[in-house]
Design a protein around this ligand. Structure first.
Ligand code: CTP
Length: 408
């Protein structure tokens, strides 16, 4: 999905403290710049032992700051100037020592000094820890991390996995692309804070035998974009996904399924725990009456095997019929090839939902952009065509607006 200029107009101070993960900061700088941000790199003395300021200056297009006594600043106050210009300060990597410094409010070198001096109400501090697993697990580090979170810092990760020292465990810095997504999410308005959303996405796969089945061309991109947009907006999100090869959006709880029946079985216990249900999945309408346990072989007669079909459950309609108190606010999608609005309006009534989002199925399956028309009892409203993530954010804003106006 198009993320080209998601940070356009944002000014980020990227702070590096000492750690092997400094090598990832070069890629992170490149991604932030590519996303439209201006990036001012600030390094501790220890960070310069791991990667040179030359690399980061070249990638950010700005001279790197390393010193609180830098006479290049006319007022000789780089800590004030840097923090006043920033929309956010991202420390990546944040070493155990640097987190301890933040927790104590130390101010004897430029990076911790500018973190302390930043106007906290309009310039967030995001911290991506990176260290050996024993250092991360140590009570001192845990205490310091809890302290900086209590003081308002957003702690990103760390992840678990292979470490530079050869050990395996918690303490790896998040990958640059994950940190980019975290930063983009940080700047989204928290329209669904305190809300929860359940989303279905992708196709279903209905087995004929162990090697064959019936599926469709849905890529899952629209549903994944909605799950991501809702999580960015502060919602707690569960995503029930058919067979697709898409990464799980950060912060989203994903349940993978294959068939329509499995999707229904996953959705039903979740539905009463969520306030909104958005059904984007292209659920197969029919499934083979009996999936064969063994591969169906040609019998030499030249006749195709006779396949009998039975209808799949309608997941959206089933959720929309749940009793009040267990029923989330339901949004359906309608993938049509013609008479888009008329068919969507029929589905609105047939499925018993307050909102159907109509789109041209064949024109959008697998693509990054889309055009959506919102159809409800009052009328219809077309969103401007755009990439699926932009549309998803608009839809999330629309859902938030309607929920705020509903009794829930
Ligand atoms: N849907 C569902 N379960 C099904 C079929 C559809 O939950 N068994 C949901 C889809 O996720 C979507 C909406 O219902 O939100 C409409 O899906 P669509 O396939 O366009 O409609 P159908 O009900 O299958 O109608 P038709 O085949 O006539 O287009």
């Amino acid at each position: 999905m198009s993320e080209t200029l998601a940070l356009q107009g944002r000014h980020i101070v990227l702070g590096l403290s000492g750690g092997v993960a400094c090598y990832k900061a070069a890629e992170l700088t490149r991604l932030l710049v590519k996303a439209g941000a201006t990036v001012q790199v600030v390094m501790t003395e220890a960070a310069t032992r791991f990667i040179t300021p030359v690399t980061l200056q070249a990638l950010s297009g700005r001279a790197v700051h390393t010193d609180q006594w830098d006479a290049r600043e006319p007022n000789n106050m780089p800590h004030i100037n840097l923090s006043r210009q920033a929309d956010a300060v991202l420390i990546a990597p944040a070493s155990a020592d640097f987190i301890a410094r933040l927790a104590q409010g130390r101010a004897d070198e430029l990076l911790s000094l500018l973190c302390l001096a930043r106007p906290a109400e309009r310039c967030a501090l995001l911290v991506a820890p990176a260290m050996n697993r024993e250092m991360w697990a140590h009570p001192a580090t845990q205490r310091n991390t809890a302290q900086i979170a209590a003081d308002g810092a957003h702690v990103l990760g760390p992840a678990a996995g292979d470490q530079a020292c050869g050990e395996v465990g918690d303490g790896r810095m998040l990958e640059p692309a994950e940190l980019l997504d975290e930063l983009i999410a940080h700047f989204q308005p928290k329209l669904l804070a305190g809300r929860s959303m359940l989303v279905t996405a992708g196709p279903t796969f209905e087995a004929i035998d162990p090697v064959r089945g019936i599926t469709n061309l849905s890529s899952g991109k629209m549903g994944f974009a909605i799950a991501r947009a809702a999580a960015e907006a502060g919602a707690q999100v569960t995503l029930v996904a058919g067979p697709v090869q898409l990464p799980t959006p950060r912060g989203v709880h994903r349940i993978d399924v294959q068939s329509a029946q499995q999707m229904l079985d996953a959705v039903l216990p979740q539905a009463p725990r969520h306030q909104v249900f958005v059904a984007t999945a292209a659920v197969a309408d029919w499934r083979p009456a009996q999936a064969q346990a063994q591969k169906i072989k040609k019998d030499g007669s030249g006749q195709p095997p006779a396949l009998a079909f039975i209808e799949n459950p309608d997941i959206l309609a089933t959720v929309a019929r749940l009793p009040t108190g267990q029923r989330p606010w339901c949004v359906g999608f309608a993938a049509e090839s013609h008479d888009i609005v008329a068919h969507a309006r029929q589905k609105l009534a047939r499925k018993g939902v307050p909102l159907i989002v109509a789109n041209n199925g064949p024109a959008t399956f697998g693509r990054d952009d889309n055009q959506l028309v919102l159809v409800d009892a009052q009328g219809e409203h077309a969103l401007p065509p755009g990439d699926k993530l932009t549309l998803a954010r608009q839809l999330v804003a629309e859902i938030a607006r309607r929920m705020a106006g509903s009794a829930e």
